[in-house]
Design a protein around this ligand. Structure first.
Ligand SMILES: Cc1ncc(COP(=O)(O)O)c(C=O)c1O
Length: 392
């Protein structure tokens, strides 16, 4: 007789998604023909740039591309991403030993943790955060140490304190940060790398929002820090930069020992990304840098509409410098009800869907997250609905 979810050894450590509550309500409203304006999930709504799609179609017509591909990624795909690192960050990466293609950043994160973290190993990461940063650790039977991510300085202070008590085996960070939108400078990365060298810690930097930066801000790659490759890997994703979320394409770059461990695990688990997608990925990285700027500018315009609109509507929020999100403190009047109840109210009364902060961890209480996935027109419409709601 099969066990239930409460009994399966690993599954019992994974609570049901908090977002499911809001998603269910959203589905019911939509089934009743209500027009919900949905800022819930960080799922890019834009099209993948044409040259990438065209290359994929051409490659898919060739039967040689229908076979199992290489789990580590085609050599030319790995070469192109390392060239991009050279162009954008001035960093030299060996495509053979310091780079592996992954089935999105999620694959890289989950399987890297599985490869290098064992029972009880402590992994420090910010909280709130993108859920896999903590649940990937739990699935690998490690110990997730959650450090408060109010701002980078608070996080760094908490990390210093943790190092004094008991150095973690790994530090897992991600900037521009989802959901708090916090951004850091190269000095922050230098300090993370310095501490890791001093204590023999591994560092993972999830760089999913590498290219979604605004107002002249440029997010640093951790690999720009001298000596970073001795302790750190960075995970780069095609999902946001190139509107390729459904394609499942990412990379893990940096420390050769960690890359080798990830490659070993993946050689057992998958046969790599469908080859036509990898071939199209080569074109993306080689020819579509301009497109990443256009994609960023779409988010920028939406950010401006939302931030200015909410402030005018009497909901004070600050414009983020990076990521595709707004991390908004719940307006004073509603704070007591908590973010889950507030999100439900916003949905039922204003027909606007957001993610409750608590879905990103206990320290996310008090906030909701808007993803910039509705166009400017609909974002304006949402602001009007929120204004009415706040006035009522
Ligand atoms: C911080 C962060 N990392 C990784 C991902 C997932 O990236 P991918 O689509 O490459 O798996 C997301 C997606 O929202 C994210 O916010």
């Amino acid at each position: 007789m099969p066990l239930s979810n409460e009994e399966y050894y690993r599954i019992q450590k994974l609570p049901p998604y908090v977002f499911a509550v809001v998603n269910e309500m959203k589905a019911k409203l939509r089934a009743g023909q209500q027009d919900v304006i949905d800022f819930g999930m960080g799922n890019p709504d834009g099209a993948t740039p044409r040259p990438i799609v065209n290359k994929m179609i051409e490659a898919a017509r060739d039967k040689r591309n229908h076979r199992y591909s290489m789990s580590r990624g085609l050599p030319n795909l790995r070469l192109e991403v390392t060239k991009r690192y050279k162009r954008n960050y001035g960093v030299e990466i060996d495509p053979e030993t310091e780079c592996i293609a992954t089935i999105g950043a999620k694959d890289a994160l989950a399987h890297l943790l599985f490869a290098v973290i064992g029972p009880g190993d402590a992994v420090a990461s910010p909280n709130p955060t993108y859920p896999i940063h903590q649940y990937g650790v739990i699935m690998a039977e490690g110990h997730a140490c959650m450090l408060p991510m109010n701002d980078p300085a608070t996080f760094l202070q908490a990390l210093h304190d943790l190092y004094k008590r008991k150095p973690p085996k790994m530090v897992l960070i991600s900037f521009p940060h989802n959901p708090t939108t916090c951004t850091v400078d190269l000095d922050f990365m230098k300090e993370i790398v310095r501490l890791a060298h001093q204590h023999g810690t591994m560092v993972v930097h999830d760089f999913a929002y590498a290219d979604i930066c605004f107002d002249g801000y440029q997010a640093p790659s951790i690999l720009q820090v001298e000596g970073a490759k001795e302790v750190a890997v960075e995970i780069f994703s095609m999902s946001k930069s190139y509107n390729m979320a459904g394609w499942r394409m990412g990379f893990c770059l940096g420390n050769p020992k960690m890359i080798k461990a990830l490659a070993r695990i993946k050689s057992y688990l998958d046969y790599g990304i469908f080859q036509p997608l990898q071939i199209a990925g080569i074109i993306a990285l080689r020819e579509c840098e301009e497109e990443t700027h256009k994609i960023r500018d779409v988010y920028l315009k939406r950010r401006n509409v939302l931030v200015e609109g909410l402030n005018r509507a009497g909901w004070p929020v600050e414009a983020p410098k990076g990521s595709m999100f707004l991390w908004a403190p719940i307006p004073e009047r509603f704070r007591e009800m908590g973010c889950l109840e507030f999100s439900k109210r916003l949905l039922s009364d204003a027909l606007v869907a957001v993610s409750p902060g608590i879905g990103f961890g206990p320290m996310g209480e008090g906030h909701v997250r808007f993803a910039f996935i509705e166009n400017e027109h609909r974002t304006r419409q949402a602001v009007r609905c929120i204004k009415q709601f706040l006035k009522a």
